[in-house]
Each structure stands twice: as structure tokens, then as C-alpha cells.
Design a protein around this ligand. Structure first.
Ligand SMILES: Nc1ncnc2c1ncn2[C@@H]1O[C@H](COP(=O)(O)OP(=O)(O)OP(=O)(O)O)[C@@H](O)[C@H]1O
Ligand SMILES: O=c1[nH]c(=O)c2[nH+]cn([C@@H]3O[C@H](COP(=O)(O)O)[C@@H](O)[C@H]3O)c2[nH]1
Ligand SMILES: NC(=O)CC[C@H](N)C(=O)O
Ligand SMILES: [Mg+2]
Length: 509
């Protein structure tokens, strides 16, 4: 990629956010750990140093050699990055009187600086530091202060090198994006050319180069990532892409047929494999959540391996890995955490020995959606709620039978369909129904019933790590509850889950 911004990661919890903000400016960027600065910097147009949990005063603090960068490329140090440039260029960093965490105001901004163009005095910034820059190095100019922090921003004279104590990447820094734009666009002259269309063009070209006439297999799940990955590969290599969509019998009602149909309509070379029986068999009498997951994972690998063998001379396995997965595995913690020793281990399924191609490995989730939109993928498919790999198996508490799956599919369908009809679907991050392993007494048409209880769950979240239950309208819950009890044989009671995560989780198992 041309016009790239290099973000050197010193292990800050906010490094990913810096990348998000830069990408929002339609500028491509890459995060690299501070200890492995790319040797060839030709494609990089600017560099940002992240924050860090370390103190620059600590013996073991990150201490990269920036001689290939400083003065040669526009450089911005954020928090630790700024402290680092101050400390090792003749300035001094000391423990602050007070650890500062939270909002502050830039009470002084040096007028006439492009760096602060369009940013008003007293703008709010986000601070998160225990050290402070007591003394600036020589040949620097102070650009901003807060009442607590004298050296909140500075630059080196005669070179495009800047340091800021606050975090422009955090939303609470009201003009953070403007500041990044000032630095990257106005000062560094980086082009804002990173758009979904540009990505599609570049990646399709790169995939053609990488794969040539080889064959690729890919598992389609009905989810966003694998669908977008498949569409890109299809554009690049067409019929040499062999997609496999497995019905584990634990999908939503009608989902296998309708999604398979949709995939075919999209021109994908896809094979639908109905392995429902095999999965049900593997799950027989299994009640423990983790063992259910393991059984499903194992069955999946077996089915996929069988199917991958049907395609002769395959060289590649495509995966829908996205950037947050990649960042996690290349974090500053070092390569030790990345190794997943798939190779040279006996008894591995053959498809795991294939070369891996990951078209989305540099994209964030919302970028995957935008690329999907650019590719003309149905917005309904792109807006789908996340659905767990083990599917309904972890929403049927206790053991799993075909009958229980059928009941839960009906309940789930009424709930999800209701959300759509009431215009609530897109306001909810994830929703589903859970079949409880208990019966309760009811009365229907003067007769006593003793039937199943289902719980409905709908949550708001951004990444599934934390979640709040959604305040769905009572009238909606009333209608859905009536529909479920009247239409689904075997269910006589509906409850709504009002637990947040933490301490509850989204799924019940
Ligand atoms: N039913 C299935 N049939 C074939 N492949 C599958 C199926 N379910 C999952 N996979 C494969 O396993 C990968 C991991 O599944 P998982 O649902 O955990 O991923 P994900 O991050 O949600 O991505 P996606 O949005 O593609 O579902 C998928 O990207 C897909 O390649
Ligand atoms: O692919 C998956 N395999 C699983 O075993 C699994 N368990 C939970 N989830 C999904 O992860 C998110 C967080 O769920 P929890 O709050 O229940 O941990 C939610 O989106 C869950 O649906 C899974 N996804
Ligand atoms: N957010 C940061 O980069 C913090 C830097 C350093 N650890 C400090 O406490 O000042
Ligand atoms: Mg999925």
C-alpha cells in the first residue's frame, strides 16, 4: 500500500484506537511493535509513536532506535512517545505530582501553528499519564499547556517532529481527529486515498498475484467476514475459489437454505453440505458447555476436511481473519504469544497444512462492512447480528435433541422476525432465544400444561466484550411472548433476560 502511516506500538491500550482514527481519515496505516521497525520505510509517509504502560525512566522501558525516522519523516509522539523524545534529547521526564487520568483543557495554544489549526483554546483533551515532561529539550517550542501540564504539546524547531502529552485518539479529546488530520494531511501531506473502492482494487490485484492459477478453499459461515473474503476472492480468481458451507443443524430456521441460495445468486462457487445428523450424533447426551463446543469443533474439522479433499490439488485455505485478531497476535508482548503450532504436528487434518490467504487481515470490522457494501453485498447480510459458531447448541441448556433444536428455531424465528418488523433489529447488537432445561406449569384452554420455558436475550454492545440488555418496548415483548406461546408447541412460558455483561455473559453457556 502506498501512502501509509506507520504506528509504532509501545503497548498502549489505545494503540488500536490511533489506527481507527487514522483510517477514519481515509488514510491507510499499519501498527508495528516498537522492536521491529520495518527496514524499508519507502512506503511510509508519517510515523506516530503510541503511548505505553512503561515509564521512560524505567530501566527496561522500550528504547527503539529512531535514527531512520526522526527528521526524515514527519513524526508525532503521543504520551509515552512524546516523553520518549523529550527524555532522550536532553529534556527531562519526572513523576508527576499527581497521576492524571481524565479530561483536561488546553488553556494555552500557541497561535498560528498549523498543528492546532481549527482547534479552539480550552478544547477538551484526554490525559492518561503518571509522568510529566518537566523540561523540554533544546531547539523545541512549546505549543500547548493545560493548567496541570505545562508541556502538553511541543515541536522540534526546523523539522516536522511533534510531541503531545494527551491522547488525540480517544473520543473525549474533542478535536483529536482534527489534530491528527492537521498532522497527517496538512503537515505530512499524506493523501486521503484509503477508500473501500481503493482497497478492493488493490487487494483483488494482490490476490491475483499471490494465488495465480492455484485453487483455494474457504469455509463460508453466513457471517460477514467469510462472505466478504469470499466475494473478494471470487473477483480475483473466480471458479478457482471453492466455498464450503456446512449445515451443522444448529443454524437459525431456514438459514442454511436461504443463505446458500443467496451465495449462489452472488455467483460464488459454493457447495452446501448438510451434516446435521453428524453433529447431532456428536452432541448426543452431551450437557457440558465446553464439551459441546469441543464436539462441534471436532465434527466441523472432520466435515471440512472430507469436503476439502473432494477438491483436487488445493493449495490454499482462505480465512476471514480481521485486523483486531492480527494486532492481538503481533502485540508488543512479542512473537511468543502468536505461535499457534499448527505445523509439524502429527494427525492434523490436511486442510490445516495448506497455505493461508487472509484478504481482510488489515481491516477493522466496520471497514469489512464498508468493503462489503462497495462489493454490492446485500445490506441485510452485512448487518446481520453476530451468531456463535456452535450455534443453537449453546442456547439449548443441557442435552441436545432434534426436537429441542426445532422448538428453539421456531422461538428464535418469531423473536428475530418481530425485531425486524418493529424496526428494532438494527438497534440491537445481538439477539436470540435460549431454551431452558426446565418445565413449568401453565394453563391453556382449561387444561394443565407442563412445558418448556424460553428466555429472550437482546443486548447492546460494540465488540461483545461488555454488553447491556436492551430496554425493548413492553408492547413488543407482549406481542412476541403471545406469538411464541400460541404458536410453538412445547413452550408455555417466556422470560426476558435483564442481566448485563459483566457479570453475566451474552450466551448462557
Ligand atoms: N457453517 C460453516 N460452514 C463452513 N465454514 C464455517 C462455518 N462456520 C464457520 N466457518 C468458518 O470458520 C470461520 C470462523 O467462524 P466464526 O463464526 O468463529 O468466525 P467469524 O469471525 O464470526 O467470521 P464470519 O463473520 O465469517 O462468521 C469462518 O470465518 C468460516 O470460514
Ligand atoms: O464463535 C463463537 N464460538 C463460541 O463458542 C462462542 N461463545 C460465545 N460466542 C459469541 O461471543 C460473544 C460474547 O459471548 P459471551 O458473552 O457469551 O462470552 C457473543 O457474540 C457470543 O454469541 C461465541 N462465538
Ligand atoms: N499513556 C501513556 O503513554 C503513559 C506513559 C507513561 N507510562 C506515564 O505514565 O506517563
Ligand atoms: Mg461467525
Amino acid at each position: 500500500m502506498q501512502n501509509t502511516v506507520l504506528i509504532l506500538d509501545f503497548g498502549s491500550q489505545y494503540t488500536q484506537l490511533i489506527a481507527r482514527r487514522v483510517r477514519e481519515l481515509n488514510i491507510y496505516c499499519e501498527i508495528h511493535p516498537y522492536h521491529s521497525i520495518p527496514e524499508n520505510l519507502d512506503n511510509f509517509k508519517a510515523v506516530i509513536l503510541s503511548g505505553s504502560p512503561f515509564s521512560v525512566r524505567a530501566e527496561d522501558a522500550p528504547h527503539p532506535n529512531l535514527s531512520n525516522i526522526r527528521g526524515k519523516l514527519p513524526l508525532l509522539g503521543v504520551c509515552y512517545g512524546a516523553q520518549y523524545m523529550a527524555q532522550f534529547n536532553g529534556g527531562s521526564v519526572e513523576p508527576a505530582n499527581l497521576r492524571e487520568y481524565g479530561r483536561a483543557k488546553l488553556s494555552m495554544i500557541k497561535p498560528g501553528e498549523v498543528f492546532f489549526e481549527g482547534i479552539p483554546e480550552n478544547t477538551q483533551v484526554w490525559m492518561s499519564h503518571g509522568d510529566t515532561i518537566e523540561k523540554l529539550p533544546e531547539h523545541t517550542v512549546r505549543l500547548a499547556s493545560t493548567p496541570e501540564v505545562l508541556n502538553a504539546a511541543f515541536k522540534f524547531e526546523g523539522e516536522p517532529t511533534y510531541g503531545i502529552q494527551f491522547h488525540p485518539e480517544v473520543y473525549h479529546t474533542t478535536h483529536g481527529k482534527q489534530l491528527l488530520e492537521n498532522f497527517l494531511v496538512k503537515i505530512a501531506g499524506v493523501e486521503q486515498a484509503w477508500t473501500p473502492a481503493a482497497f478492493v482494487e488493490t487487494i483483488v490485484h494482490a490476490l491475483k498475484e499471490q494465488i495465480g492459477n492455484d485453487k483455494v478453499v474457504l469455509g463460508l459461515s453466513g457471517g460477514v467476514d467469510s462472505t466478504v473474503a469470499a466475494t473478494l476472492l471470487n473477483k480475483a480468481i473466480g471458479k478457482n475459489l471453492y466455498c464450503i458451507f456446512v449445515n451443522n443443524g444448529l443454524l437459525r430456521k431456514n438459514e442454511f437454505e436461504s443463505v446458500l441460495h443467496q451465495y449462489k445468486d452472488m455467483g460464488l462457487n459454493v457447495k452446501g453440505v448438510d451434516a446435521s445428523e453428524r453433529f447431532l450424533e456428536a452432541l448426543k447426551n452431551e450437557t457440558d458447555p465446553e464439551r459441546k463446543r469441543k464436539a462441534i469443533g471436532k465434527a466441523f474439522i472432520e466435515v471440512f476436511d472430507d469436503e476439502a479433499h473432494e477438491v483436487t490439488d488445493v493449495d490454499w485455505l482462505a480465512q476471514g481473519t480481521i485486523y483486531p485478531d492480527v494486532i492481538e497476535s503481533v502485540s508488543v508482548a512479542g512473537p511468543s504469544v502468536t505461535i499457534k503450532s499448527h505445523h509439524n504436528v502429527g494427525g492434523l487434518p490436511d486442510f490445516m497444512k495448506l497455505k493461508i490467504v487472509e484478504p481482510l487481515r488489515m481491516l477493522f470490522k466496520d471497514e469489512v462492512r464498508r468493503v462489503g457494501k462497495e462489493l454490492g453485498i446485500d445490506p441485510e447480510l452485512l448487518g446481520r447480528h453476530p451468531f456463535p459458531g456452535p450455534g443453537l447448541a449453546i442456547r439449548i441448556l443441557g442435552d441436545i435433541t432434534a426436537e429441542k433444536v426445532r422448538i428453539l428455531q421456531e422461538v428464535d424465528f418469531i423473536f428475530i422476525d418481530g425485531l425486524r418488523k418493529w424496526g428494532l433489529y438494527d438497534k440491537v447488537w445481538q439477539a436470540g432465544a435460549i431454551l431452558l432445561p426446565i418445565n413449568s406449569v401453565g394453563v391453556m384452554g382449561d387444561e394443565r400444561t407442563y412445558e418448556k420455558v424460553v428466555a429472550l436475550r437482546a443486548v447492546e454492545s460494540t465488540d461483545g466484550m461488555t454488553a447491556d440488555w436492551v430496554n425493548l418496548p413492553y408492547e413488543f415483548l407482549q406481542e412476541v411472548s403471545n406469538n411464541i406461546i400460541n404458536r410453538v408447541k412445547g413452550v408455555n412460558r417466556v422470560v426476558y433476560d435483564i442481566s448485563s455483561k459483566p457479570p453475566a455473559t451474552i450466551e448462557w453457556e
